[in-house]
Structure formats: structure tokens, C-alpha cells
Design a protein around this ligand. Structure first.
Ligand SMILES: NC(=O)c1ccc[n+]([C@@H]2O[C@H](COP(=O)([O-])OP(=O)(O)OC[C@H]3O[C@@H](n4cnc5c(N)ncnc54)[C@H](OP(=O)(O)O)[C@@H]3O)[C@@H](O)[C@H]2O)c1
Length: 297
């Protein structure tokens, strides 16, 4: 039985991967920062160890002791504005720690699946295919691009799964995402401003996790774009979510990126062409509405 190691196991994606692996024929090893916060319903069936991945000797020893056949590296500093404000932390987590994990993977010849982002692109020409040239516009995107290069040049058997604006429910992850933000605010009758000048193809976290497992099961290498298929702005997402939950759409006002003034610049129009993943993996994401039904239906 093959052994899979998942980093970032306490996160939104990590928890979904662990949940989906629980029904499959793999030994599962999970690691995260601090204690195991993977949703209690899915406890068991995996071994967890708390490791800060920026502690090179600790993560390398763990990997060499565990000797996984496959490493899914999902841990990252994902808060885009925090990355802009704390560049050193962002680099240490997203680049240096990725290099530690790559080095350990090389020592045991593990297959390596790296999770990356649409923010490697500049947003001038979306939707993007796997062959398009990265040109990040913010620090987070730059670190993910540098980490991607390290993966590609590693000599490992590698795959990179890029994704976009992931939504789901993982209260124990300690972080919200666009759906939680909209739902919580509208339920509290608080007005929200959502931008109309950014374009994305939002991704249901369980679709992304399923796509990553398809990459593993089909032993695929190379880059795969795994996102939803619907082109939406954050404003569209908020309106659709409000309609689904029967919450007051009038609390949602249109805004522009300029007006919101976030520390990190966002790429304007990303979105993915997911034809490669559909054809080669049999990846088929849910519609946004179906994603909401799967989460809250
Ligand atoms: N969410 C999105 O919209 C999105 C879009 C594109 C790409 N991605 C990529 O998808 C992957 C998964 O992200 P996600 O959505 O699951 O985000 P997440 O919920 O923020 O999960 C990331 C996890 O990484 C962990 N981590 C951060 N620094 C660490 C460190 N030094 N040592 C150990 N663990 C550390 C975090 O731990 P703590 O919980 O303790 O902070 C967190 O659990 C990331 O590679 C991200 O770049 C996400």
C-alpha cells in the first residue's frame, strides 16, 4: 500500500484531501502547524505530526523517517496581503520550506505534488492554460512561482496543481473564505462591498482535492489547472451565495479593486482553461450552485 504525506493538513484543502483519502487504499500521514485540527468527524485512519515546515531539520527528518511514496505539499502562507506585508515570512514558508521538502523528497525518491495558484499570472490575459507564461503581480504570486520553478527543476517525478479562489467549509482551519465571509456578514445584516473588476473561476475545495487524487491515481506529471468552470467576479459570487442562502442581496454593493485598496495588487482577469484536466484526468468540477448544495444542501 502506498503512503501519502499531506502538508498543510489543517488547512481548507488539506482537510478535504485527508477526508477523501480516508476511503482509499493509502497509508496517510498528515502534518500541520501545531496540534491536529482536522475536522473531528474524520479523525482516525491517518497519522498526524505537528511540524513547522520552516524548521528544515525537523521536516526533513520527519520525511526521511516516514518515507512516503507521494508528498502532497499544500502548506503555504496563503494570505495574500500578509505576504505583501511580511515578505520574509512569506518567502520562508512558500519557498525555503518547499525547498526543504523537495530535498527530503529527493533523498527517498518520492513523487511530489505541489499546490499552486492563478496568482502566478498577471491577469491581463485570462483564462489561462498550463502553457501560459507566469508573471506575478504580487509577492505571494512571486513566491509561488519561484517554488514552482524549484519543483520543476528538482529532477523529481512532479506535478503542479494550480487552483483559484477556493471555497468550502472548514471551521477548524481557523480561516474563512469567500463563502463564509458573505454568509457571516449577511446573516449579521452587515453590508459588504465586493469587487466587480476581478474575474475568477472559483473552485469548490472537494473538486480540487478530487483532482489532486486523480493526478496521483493516474500517476500524472506536469502542470494541471484545477478550478471551477464558471467565470465569476467576487461580486457575482456574493450575489449567487446570497440567493442560495435566501439572504438580503441589497446588503452587497459593487466596488472596484481601486476602492478596496488592499496591500497586495490582485491580477485582474485570471480564470483557467481546464480542458487538459478534463481530458487527461477525467476532472469534472461542480457548478458554483452545485458546490453550495454539496456544502449546505
Ligand atoms: N485558498 C485559495 O483560494 C487558494 C487559491 C490558490 C492556491 N491556493 C493554494 O492551495 C494550497 C492550500 O491552501 P488552503 O486554501 O488550504 O489554505 P489554508 O487554509 O491557509 O491552508 C494552508 C495551511 O498551511 C499551513 N502552514 C502555513 N505555514 C506553515 C508552516 N510554517 N508550517 C506548517 N504549516 C504551515 C497553515 O497552517 P495554520 O492553519 O496553522 O495557519 C494552513 O493550515 C496552498 O498551497 C495555496 O497556496 C489556495
Amino acid at each position: 500500500m502506498e503512503k501519502i504525506l499531506v502538508t498543510g493538513a489543517n488547512g481548507l484543502l488539506g482537510q478535504s484531501i485527508i477526508r477523501q483519502l480516508s476511503g482509499k487504499n493509502y497509508k496517510v500521514v498528515a502534518t500541520g502547524r501545531g496540534p491536529d485540527r482536522i475536522d473531528g468527524k474524520f479523525k482516525g485512519g491517518y497519522f498526524y505530526e505537528a511540524i513547522d515546515i520552516t524548521d528544515g531539520p525537523a521536516i526533513e527528518k520527519f520525511i526521511l523517517d516516514q518515507r512516503p511514496d507521494i508528498i502532497v505539499h499544500a502548506a503555504a502562507m496563503t494570505q495574500v496581503d500578509q505576504c505583501e506585508l511580511n515578505k520574509q515570512d512569506c518567502y520562508n514558508i512558500n519557498v525555503t520550506a518547499t525547498r526543504f521538502i523537495i530535498d527530503a523528497a529527493k533523498a527517498i525518491n518520492a513523487r511530489f505534488v505541489f499546490v499552486s495558484t492563478d496568482f502566478v499570472f498577471d491577469g491581463n490575459n485570462g483564462p489561462y492554460t498550463e502553457g501560459d507564461e507566469p508573471a506575478p503581480v504580487n509577492y505571494y504570486g512571486s513566491t509561488k512561482m519561484v517554488a514552482e520553478k524549484a519543483v520543476m527543476e528538482s529532477g523529481l517525478n512532479w506535478a503542479i496543481a494550480r487552483t483559484i479562489l477556493v471555497y468550502g467549509v472548514a471551521p477548524t482551519s481557523g480561516r474563512s473564505n469567500i463563502i463564509g465571509f458573505v454568509k457571516d456578514n449577511l446573516e449579521a445584516k452587515k453590508p459588504i462591498r465586493m469587487v466587480t473588476d476581478q474575474v475568477r473561476t472559483p473552485t469548490f475545495v472537494d473538486d480540487l482535492a478530487a483532482g489532486i487524487l486523480l493526478i496521483i491515481e493516474k500517476k500524472k506529471q506536469g502542470i494541471y489547472h484545477l478550478s471551477g468552470e464558471e467565470v465569476m467576479t467576487p461580486y457575482d459570487i456574493a450575489i449567487e451565495a446570497a440567493k442560495y442562502f435566501g439572504l438580503n442581496q441589497e446588503l452587497i454593493s459593487r466596488s472596484t479593486s481601486e476602492e478596496i485598496k488592499q496591500p497586495a495588487v490582485r491580477p485582474v482577469k485570471t480564470g483557467f482553461n481546464i480542458s487538459k484536466a478534463k481530458k487527461e484526468l477525467g476532472y469534472q468540477p461542480k457548478s458554483f450552485r452545485e458546490g453550495l448544495e454539496a456544502l449546505f444542501g
